[in-house]
Design a protein around this ligand. Structure first.
Ligand SMILES: Nc1nc2c(ncn2[C@@H]2O[C@H](COP(=O)(O)OP(=O)(O)O)[C@@H](O)[C@H]2O)c(=O)[nH]1
Ligand SMILES: [Mg+2]
Length: 405
């Protein structure tokens, strides 16, 4: 199911590009490109998981979704080497390359280690991973992981040669609940001894990865264990997943960030991306307002605001459609006249405050109006606040126009 009304959003962008006069467009294009990349071109993240059987690859996928989508704990290594899976959650999908690590005791019948390497490399020919996650069981961090890291390096090199893009390799220490002391199995792991052991394992992992991969790496400690009975989650030992997801959201290419934030439902990450979108859109709105465009500035401002609100709604798990955004803007009591009202206000203010220098104020009005609308959308969609609270945020932002022209 495509959650993105891509064609209609493209129309909005095309409208803006075709109606903005050249001098505005040149200063606008960088911001428009950001909006286009993040919202109109939004797609599922592609993540390669490298780790031995039992390291917790499938469990990590489930922990990110908060649902038992991937099969865990298979007794035999039945995972064919290098298979892409598409996992579909209620809020979108992830494309996951599940590789078979080296050094495994059992393999699928007839398979050799060379087969595994070859198949993993084949899997990245047509589909380029955005990031490689290297998973190591916390209790295994002292084990011989050199072979596994060589495989990671080979995979990274193959991707880079094939696609001209070197994906970041992120270290994931899994199953930290299993680290000593064994009786501290439930998060949060505030116990000083547990924390010290987690820190030590993280340091070891980072040191080994950096040595063998020849790059600085980020490492994260996680616990992913969940147990379901009759479709109900009866054990939830997830810990550190939000931090990993937030980092992924920042690190993935722009096109994949919204979906990552959406799929995992991590509000902090969603708010962060929303902030970047609001910043870009508000700057673009200010650029439009700074140069008067007879008749067209209102629909251009509104168009950009619709794209921004649409992106924020999508982040929060709503459908990406311009109708929903217009509905929200309408529910705030500003209707499609948002851009228009702002512009009128600017003209009114400029006469009062800066005779002959009105463009400065109107840029400020467009900026803070768009900023306020973005804050309102964050409150409503991401923080689930009532529409009245959202409206208040918009009004507060507008007040800044008067107080800080
Ligand atoms: N205690 C604990 N067990 C885990 C954790 N993550 C995975 N497991 C268990 O480890 C086994 C292997 O996990 P799985 O996700 O299937 O690993 P994969 O082979 O890499 O996909 C399963 O029995 C999981 O339930 C964790 O964080 N803590
Ligand atoms: Mg698995």
């Amino acid at each position: 199911m495509d959650q993105i009304d891509r064609e209609r959003l493209k129309e909005v962008l095309e409208f803006i590009r075709s109606h903005a006069p050249r001098p505005v467009l040149s200063s606008l294009e960088a911001e428009l490109a950001v909006i286009e990349q993040y919202i109109v071109n939004a797609r599922a993240p592609r993540i390669a998981l490298v780790g031995r059987r039992g390291s917790g690859k499938s469990s990590l996928v489930n922990a990110i979704f908060g649902a038992p989508l991937a099969e865990t704990g298979a007794v035999l290594s039945t995972t064919a080497a290098g298979t892409w899976y598409q996992y579909e959650g209620p809020n979108g999908s992830l494309e996951v390359l599940d590789t078979r690590g080296l050094g495994e005791g059992e393999r699928p019948a007839g398979a050799t280690e060379e087969d595994a390497v070859a198949e993993n490399l084949k899997a990245v020919r047509d589909r380029c991973p955005d990031a490689i996650l290297f998973l190591v069981k916390a209790v295994d961090v002292d084990a011989w992981i050199q072979n596994d890291l060589e495989q990671v390096a080979a995979l990274r090199g193959a991707i880079s040669r094939r696609h001209g893009f070197e994906p970041p390799v992120i270290g994931v220490l899994t199953q930290v609940d299993q680290l000593a002391p064994a009786d501290v199995a439930e998060p949060p792991y505030d116990d000083p001894e547990k924390r010290a052991n987690i820190r030590l394992a993280l340091e070891k992992l980072a040191e080994r990865m950096e040595r063998l991969l020849d790059r600085p790496v980020r490492v994260f400690a996680t616990s992913a264990y969940m147990r379901y009975r009759d479709g109900v989650r009866v054990v939830d030992r997830r810990w550190g997943i939000d931090e990993l997801v937030s980092y992924l959201v920042e690190t993935l290419p722009g096109e994949a960030q919204l979906t990552m934030g959406r799929v995992a439902g991590v509000k902090a990450a969603q708010t962060k991306i929303a902030g970047a979108l609001i910043q870009s859109t508000a700057s673009a709105a200010a650029a439009v307002a700074a140069t008067p465009i007879p008749l067209a500035d209102m629909p251009i401002l509104t168009g950009m605001q619709v794209l921004m609100v649409t992106g924020i709604a999508y982040l929060a798990g709503r459908r990406l459609s311009r109708e929903a955004a217009l509905e929200f803007i309408g529910a705030l009591g500003v209707n499609v006249g948002a851009g228009f009202a702002l512009r009128e206000l600017a003209r009114g203010l400029s006469k009062w405050l800066l005779p002959g220098g009105g463009s400065l104020v109107s840029a400020g009005v467009a900026y803070w109006g768009t900023y306020g609308l973005g804050q309102a959308a964050v409150a409503y969609y991401i923080e689930n606040q009532p529409i009245e609270a959202a409206r208040k945020l918009l009004e507060q932002s507008r007040d800044r126009i008067v107080k800080k022209p």
